[in-house]
Design a protein around this ligand. Structure first.
Ligand code: ZN
Length: 215
């Protein structure tokens, strides 16, 4: 028997080819110092949005007096998470969520949607009609006691009105994880570790997120 954990890395790699939200700066990675140029070592400089790739949103993203990244509770960011799948729905409304059979008491849920299917087909450009959580879906999640909600695209809220869904979740203290890469992950329960960079005052932060298989 192997004692090796089965670990799914559900984090997007940060590179200059990463898709970013329209209007966000593209990822730029330069090397002010490089061994190839005779420098004693190589040092990279990253120019990225706090909402690059796989990242979390903190309440201060939408609320001036809300918590920022470094104050988020690690007890919420680490623990049992349920991956649920619906690759058919165009939007995660309250009605859709009702059908997903999320067990009572679930604190962390990650949605594997048609976004993952599209990405698996090689569609990596920004698409406006990505699958997101509708405002009534956000209310449903708050009412059902969710503490963390993750999605397989750059925003938990839809393109035409991303703010309402964000505000409902963040106002209730729900941590949002966006840009998850759930392509190879089956529905089920995992141990999640989501560790955003500890950016003081940060409205968001890139995170390394892994799911550890528990069976
Ligand atoms: Zn964000």
């Amino acid at each position: 028997m192997s004692d090796k954990l089965v670990i799914h890395d559900v984090t997007l790699p940060i590179s200059e080819s990463l898709t970013v939200w329209p209007g966000d700066p593209p990822v730029q990675i330069t090397q002010p110092l490089h061994l190839d140029r005779g420098d004693p070592y190589t040092v990279s400089r990253l120019n990225i949005s706090a909402h690059t790739g796989t990242h979390i949103d903190a309440p201060i993203h939408f609320f001036r007096t809300g918590r920022s990244v470094e104050a988020l509770d690690l007890q919420t960011l680490i623990g049992q998470a349920l991956v649920v799948e619906n690759t058919v729905a165009a939007v995660l409304s309250a009605e859709t969520l009702e059908l997903l059979a999320i067990p009572p008491g679930t604190q962390r849920v990650l949605f594997r949607t048609g976004n993952s299917v599209r990405q698996a087909q090689g569609d990596t450009g920004f698409c406006e009609d990505f699958v997101a959580v509708a405002p009534d879906g956000a209310r449903w999640l708050v009412e059902h006691g969710l503490r963390l909600v993750g999605i397989d695209y750059l925003s938990v809220g839809g393109f035409s009105d991303p703010s309402t869904t964000h505000r409902i979740l963040l106002e209730a203290g729900v941590i949002i994880v966006e840009g998850l890469n759930l392509q190879g992950v089956r529905p089920g329960v995992y141990q999640m570790m989501c560790l955003p960079l500890k950016i003081a005052g940060g409205d968001g932060a890139p995170a390394r997120v892994v799911l550890i298989q528990s069976d």
